[in-house]
Design a protein around this ligand. Structure first.
Ligand SMILES: CC(C)(COP(=O)(O)OP(=O)(O)OC[C@H]1O[C@@H](n2cnc3c(N)ncnc32)[C@H](O)[C@@H]1OP(=O)(O)O)[C@@H](O)C(=O)NCCC(=O)NCCS
Length: 153
């Protein structure tokens, strides 16, 4: 049985390897480097398997009651085996226990045709996240961002 570790994680190299297994989602080199670095600085939970980390979720605090999923990724070879759902549920519970009320996510908006991010949006919606607004230029005009949010309490 794999265990969830965190929220203090200093396993940047393993997080980077997970991101690099998912080039369809994490294809921008600067983003890969900064998400890996942030996993060692911001609250991060990970699933630790026999061969090392297989997935992680990094959380960003905007206000004590309002947090954001900064990054979530599950190693390509074990996607679809429940790891992401476990990580998200664990993060939601940890946040609710410390008084957080909202968890938001920004991901690529449907305006851009991308079957990979279609899966990602569906994943969040099925886990109770509601689309709130599209920000056309917050990242880059070619990457419109969809904000989704869930009330935790
Ligand atoms: C999104 C992600 C974190 C989910 O983690 P996961 O461990 O694969 O997810 P789970 O096994 O818990 O659940 C799988 C869900 O994804 C869906 N899914 C769709 N295509 C899939 C695929 N090729 N492989 C795995 N799951 C897939 C499954 O249908 C399932 O949804 P459902 O249970 O609502 O029917 C993970 O797939 C991932 O890292 N994706 C790429 C990176 C990404 O999208 N990050 C977020 C960027 S904002």
């Amino acid at each position: 049985m794999t265990s969830i570790i965190g929220p203090t994680l200093r396993r940047e190299a393993e997080c980077e390897a997970i991101l690099r297994s998912l080039p369809q989602w994490f294809g921008i080199e600067d983003s890969v480097i900064s998400y890996a670095r942030d996993s060692g600085v911001m609250p991060t939970f990970a699933v630790d398997g026999a061969q090392g980390l297989v997935g992680f979720i990094t959380l960003m605090e905007h206000f004590p009651a309002s947090w954001e999923v900064h990054c979530i990724a599950v190693s390509a070879s074990v996607r679809g085996t429940g790891i992401g759902t476990r990580l998200l549920a664990h993060a939601e519970k940890w946040l609710a226990q410390r008084g957080a009320r909202f968890l938001q996510i920004k991901t690529i908006a449907a305006k851009k045709t991308d079957p990979h991010y279609d899966q990602t949006r569906e994943y969040y919606i099925r886990r109770g996240y509601s689309p709130v607004e599209v920000f056309p230029t917050i990242w880059h005009p070619s990457n419109p961002a969809l904000q989704l949010i869930k009330a935790l309490t």
